[in-house]
Design a protein around this ligand. Structure first.
Ligand code: SAM
Length: 446
């Protein structure tokens, strides 16, 4: 399974997304309608539309009317200028992009990746085999599956983007066993089951999902072994060799491990490496300055990464852009939030967080840098799931696109969004994107 999933063809980070540019729209071969997306064509300029409208009304022949219209237009322009001032701006949570660009607020449109997208470097520069076309095809298949989910409102658990990512990765890798750490009501267990109907699952989670059934929807899987309740043992303390030997599994390279337990990801990475696992998915891959645990993205956010090594200088360009974006995107962080004492910007204000923000340790930049060197030494593949669709389509207002890779369905591709069935989903399901990451790891090269 897993060998075919990777290749060393592309050596640049983000290469999977590079093919998804405006000139190369991802398409589904089986769905020709998706190939032509007219909604992506350039929109005519406002004044062209106005001129067309005036000439259609025959107003050009009446100078008085024309003058009045000009006056009206000037008043309108004046209002727009006033609204441009920050104190006047009041955006509807559902219209962040369209209104921002309408009033010409520089840099507040989607601008994917404009503040940099930290990327973990892998040993050989290998990346995943799947392309943006595979992701589009995957979306087409997954939307109807997602619509049948038993837990409709999975607040505090995965939303649409990450459910799709986990399903896609599991289905692509075709593992012999799936392990999850952090199940909550069981939505992620259900997603794994949809990807692999007959593959056994081991779920490690303090509270058994069946407990949630008493209060509402939850999912308990028939082919899943739960290390939960009184049988709960933290992933790092499970004797995996013994557990898997009992199940007759000796090839750890055919196991997929999924973490959604809000633990320090460096700790989890070391535990997974020690146990001999290769294929890992981290659900909450928080951006620098955010979240309740030290994430891969934070670890890899380094001076040599584009958009890394942040400036804590309040008059810097970065500070100016961040404070503007903060007003429009809930999860955007401004310089005050990004930087702790002594200009510590790494992790969360210099903290390496763990266990839902309960066990935090202040670390030096040197330690942070050493952590990234360690990660790089064991990393064969690093890939971040892009958002399913741009915010003008999903109406999400949480993650800041300036720190995210280009979405699978880009802003403006409304027809594709519709044809994939994404417009049928409630808006709230697009709010949970936090850069889910897939990793392939192996022992450091000697
Ligand atoms: C965000 S929820 C998981 C959401 C779930 N994966 C979903 O998609 O619906 C985090 C879960 O991690 C569990 N948890 C807390 N500490 C844990 C640990 N040490 N190991 C595994 N799970 C843990 C919590 O009880 C909670 O169920």
């Amino acid at each position: 399974m897993l060998d075919r999933a990777f290749s060393a063809r592309r050596t640049q980070p983000h290469s999977v997304f590079d093919v998804s540019t405006s000139s190369d729209v991802p398409s589904i071969p089986e769905s020709p309608a998706l190939l032509a997306d007219e909604s992506k064509t350039k929109k005519p300029h406002l004044y062209v539309l106005a001129t067309n409208y005036i000439s259609r009304l025959g107003l050009a022949k009446s100078p008085c009317l024309c003058l009045s219209l000009c006056l009206l237009f000037s008043v309108f322009l004046l209002f727009s200028l006033m609204l441009n001032s920050r104190s006047f701006v009041c955006l509807s949570p559902y219209e962040p992009v369209s209104r921002a660009s309408f009033f010409g607020l520089d840099g507040l449109d989607s601008d994917f990746g404009s503040l940099g997208v930290p990327w973990c470097r892998s040993k050989q520069g290998k990346t995943v085999e799947w392309t943006s076309k595979d992701l589009v095809k995957g979306l087409e298949d997954f939307v109807p599956i997602y619509e049948t989910r038993p837990i409709k409102n999975n607040m505090y658990g995965m939303g649409f983007d990450h459910s799709f990512g986990l399903w896609f990765i599991a289905r692509w890798l075709q593992p012999d066993l799936m392990i999850e750490s952090g199940a909550f009501k069981g939505h992620s267990t259900w997603v794994l089951r949809q990807a692999m109907p007959d593959t056994p699952i081991i779920s490690v989670t303090p509270r058994h999902p069946e407990k949630y059934l008493q209060k509402g929807p939850a999912y308990v899987d028939g082919n899943c072994t739960y290390f939960a309740g009184k049988d709960f043992v933290d992933f790092g303390h499970v004797d995996w060799e013994k557990v898997l030997k009992k199940r007759g599994i000796s090839d750890f390279s055919r196991i997929l491990v999924f973490f959604d337990d809000h633990q320090n990801e460096l700790k989890r990475l070391k535990q997974a490496l020690k146990a001999g696992f290769n294929h890992l998915v981290f659900e909450d891959n928080y951006d620098t300055g955010t979240g309740d645990h030290y994430s891969l993205r934070q670890i890899c956010d380094q001076f040599y990464i584009r958009g890394g090594g942040h400036s804590c200088f309040k008059d810097s360009d970065e500070a100016r852009i961040r404070s503007k974006r903060k007003k429009f995107w809930e999860k955007a962080v401004d310089t005050d939030e990004l930087c702790g004492a002594h200009e510590a910007w790494w992790g969360v204000r210099g903290e390496m967080r763990d266990n839902f923000n309960h066990n935090n340790t202040q670390i030096s930049y040197d330690e942070h840098f050493q952590n990234s060197r360690f990660v790089e030494s064991i990393l064969d593949v690093y890939w971040e799931l892009p958002p399913a669709a741009g915010p003008s389509l999903t109406h999400q207002t949480r993650y800041d696109p300036a720190r995210a890779p280009t979405p699978i369905v880009e802003d403006g591709q409304y027809r594709m969004f519709q044809q994939l069935g994404l417009d049928r989903l409630e808006r709230s399901v697009f709010n949970g994107y936090t850069q889910m990451a897939y990793l392939q790891i192996s022992k450091p090269e000697s």
